[in-house]
Ligand binder design. Sequence first.
Ligand SMILES: Nc1ncnc2c1ncn2[C@@H]1O[C@H](COP(=O)(O)OP(=O)(O)OP(=O)(O)O)[C@@H](O)[C@H]1O
Length: 262
Amino acid sequence: MIPSAVHPSLLRARHVTKVYRGGHGCRNVSLEVRSGEILGIVGESGSGKSTLLSCLAGRKEVDRGSIVYRSEKFGPIDMAPGADDRIAQLHQSEIGYIHQNPRDGLRMSVTAGGNIAERIIVDGNRCYFDIRERATEWLCRVEIPEGRLDDLPAEFSGGMLQRLQIARNLISGPRILFMDEPTGGLDVSVQARLLDLLRGLVRQSGIAAIIVTHDLAVARLLADRLMVMQRGLVIEEGLTDQVLDDPHHPYTQLLVSSVLQA
Ligand SMILES: Nc1ncnc2c1ncn2[C@@H]1O[C@H](COP(=O)(O)OP(=O)(O)OP(=O)(O)O)[C@@H](O)[C@H]1O
């Protein structure tokens, strides 16, 4: 049962721990995210960022701790997988999840338009012209030519696939967006355009977001606050500029200086 006390945060995690057979996933992580706030989670490969993100989004079971999302429709929801069958509904409406590999977040056998429209169809919209119009509008917002509406994603470049995944997630007006290395695996120039686009869309809509990245430049551009992870633990957190310009923990200092030297 979720305590009935009302708290202003959209997402609240307490002492989240996920340990794999082979070792650490994430340990004892507590955080809060409020509406309109972008939290960055940074750290080297294997530090536990993706594990934490999956747990927070209710996609992975935790061994210990609690995660509560304050839904607009349902009120406080325990995000432990299986704890509440409304989590699946939230993933079609109030919650968005951007995978590093867009193929994991798209239906590759369905047209671009079908991919984008899925959430509004699930939401009950049955008007063909309206659905097509909104899908076209979102295709244009993510800078994909509207003539590609009926193409299959397999015919798209990596950057376009990622933009399609973003449109698919944002069309339902989610309140919180989880992003796992959204620009990973893309060329630098494609990355830069995608980041600009993401920043604009997230800021315009005022939604909360949690972005996992190993790239401090991405974190600097998108995040208001940062958490730095090492071996499953959060070792430093604060406002993004504060953490990156004046890192206190030796590991954060090393991360920042390795970028400066690159
Ligand atoms: N399904 C799994 N089974 C066992 N161990 C796992 C699993 N997923 C992740 N791990 C281990 O947990 C640790 C944290 O991995 P995780 O993928 O969360 O880190 P990360 O910071 O996101 O790294 P990357 O940026 O490389 O994805 C690593 O040691 C990893 O090998």
